[in-house]
Design a protein around this ligand. Structure first.
Ligand code: KG4
Ligand code: ZN
Length: 391
């Protein structure tokens, strides 16, 4: 089937078109169209994502990205039919708060006909509520006017399932997955260990009690006066320290590492960095690198120890890393080395770089698994939920 997918949960606006085939245990995806605009340069000025601005940018970019993705997929059709009065009313009701998007979408509908798409998948949470609503209302509008069913997708499910995918020539294949699957989902808003016993069936094993790992990275970066998003910046300093053999000027805590539960806490680690910086105002560049390395080591120690214990507890046969922070070089290295050593029976899957950052392809992949189970949403009532949870 052909899936159109839309992602607007944070600071990336993305639209993609996928061709998906096969059963859940052996699905195959071909990317027919993929259009993405990152707002990072716009938010950098504010040192973080500014929700009202994110929403405005999504509203501005969705129609051009849809046009581009459909064009790439050769699915854009032309039409000269005017919209019916009833359709116009539906549209204005849905997009009453987005006059610019309403105008752009109305012109789009008048120029192009319904594409040969079987379902429209859209992220409806978790994320920034105003940003999510734009994408959800956009998808509902497409669904109602084109008469194509809509599927609300959980962003974290997108991270998890896309991380299991492996590239085979021109296709992305999701197969030979031994269940249960344990997922360590680490992003700017989430840090959780989830056990997937069967497709789309999750149990929460542990989660952060305060900050998400990505948030801790971003806050530490800000303390070191590094630009947003801070994760890759801190990682760059830490890698330099490793290459140059620079030792850390401090030993940072590994919060909750010896506790018997699988929950996390990163706010104490972040505060320890803050106290250290307050006591050492004139940090040299090499000390900064050493500090970044120690922060990364503390994060990786805690993430690995908890995940390793969760593997034993759940008997999982596959471990998957997902979310923006899974792009981190040190985390990937630590997990690759230690899983091979401590859990040789477990297969580790790490997402391809294109799937670590937010994208719409992962939403199409998760949407396909929902479609296989007939889990369609109601276009009249589909709502965004900033706190949507997997379990
Ligand atoms: O999944 P994502 O793109 O957005 C959310 O859903 O939150 O994750 C973004 C987070 C940010 O906190 C960013 O600093 C972090 O992922 N990140 C990294 C790296 N690349 C992105 N953190 C550590 N190392 C990286 N290489
Ligand atoms: Zn994400």
């Amino acid at each position: 089937m052909k899936l159109l997918s839309i992602e607007t949960s944070c600071d990336e606006t993305a639209v993609s078109v996928l061709n998906a085939e096969g059963a859940a245990d052996s699905s195959r995806f071909r990317i027919l169209g993929n259009a993405l605009l990152s707002q990072i340069d716009i938010h950098r000025e504010y040192g973080g994502v500014f929700p009202a601005l994110a929403k405005r940018e999504h509203a501005k970019n969705l129609v051009p990205l849809l046009h581009e993705a459909l064009t790439q997929a050769a699915l854009l059709t032309t039409s000269e039919a005017a919209l019916s009065e009833a359709d116009r009313e539906k549209l204005s009701e849905l997009l009453v708060r987005e006059p610019e998007l309403l105008a752009a979408l109305t012109s789009f509908f008048e120029a192009s006909g319904s594409p040969a798409i079987d379902a429209i998948c859209v992220t409806h949470g978790p994320g920034l509520a105003p940003a999510l609503w734009v994408g959800v209302n956009f998808a509902r509008a497409l669904s109602l006017i084109w008469n194509i069913p809509v599927i609300g997708v959980n962003h974290m499910e997108g991270h998890l399932l896309s991380a299991l995918v492996q590239k085979e020539e021109e296709e992305f294949v999701l197969s030979e997955v031994q269940k249960p699957v344990l997922a360590l989902l680490i992003s700017g808003g989430h840090t959780e260990i989830v056990c997937m016993k069967d497709w789309l069936s999750y149990e929460l094993v542990g989660h952060t009690r305060d900050d998400a790992v990505g948030e801790a990275y971003d806050k530490v970066a800000r303390m070191l006066e590094l630009p947003y998003p801070g994760g890759p910046e801190v990682s760059r300093l830490a890698e330099e320290a490793r290459e140059q053999g620079i030792a850390s000027p401090v030993v940072l805590p590994r919060p909750m590492i010896n506790d018997t539960h699988e929950d996390f806490s990163f706010s104490g680690l972040k505060t320890a960095v803050l106290y250290f910086l307050k006591a050492h105002l004139e940090l040299s560049e090499s000390e900064q690198r050493g500090l970044a390395k120690e922060f990364e080591d503390a994060v990786a120690d805690v993430l690995y120890t908890k995940t390793s214990r969760a593997l034993l507890k759940t008997g999982a046969l596959t471990l998957v890393l997902g979310g923006g922070v899974s792009a981190n070089t040190n985390i990937q290295r630590v997990f690759t080395e230690k899983i091979a050593q401590d859990h040789p029976e477990v297969e580790l899957r790490i997402p391809a770089p294109m799937f670590t950052t937010d994208n719409a392809i992962m939403i199409g992949i998760a949407g396909y698994y929902r479609a296989l189970e007939n889990l369609y949403s109601d276009a009249d009532t589909l709502a965004a939920d900033g706190n949507l949870s997997l379990v």
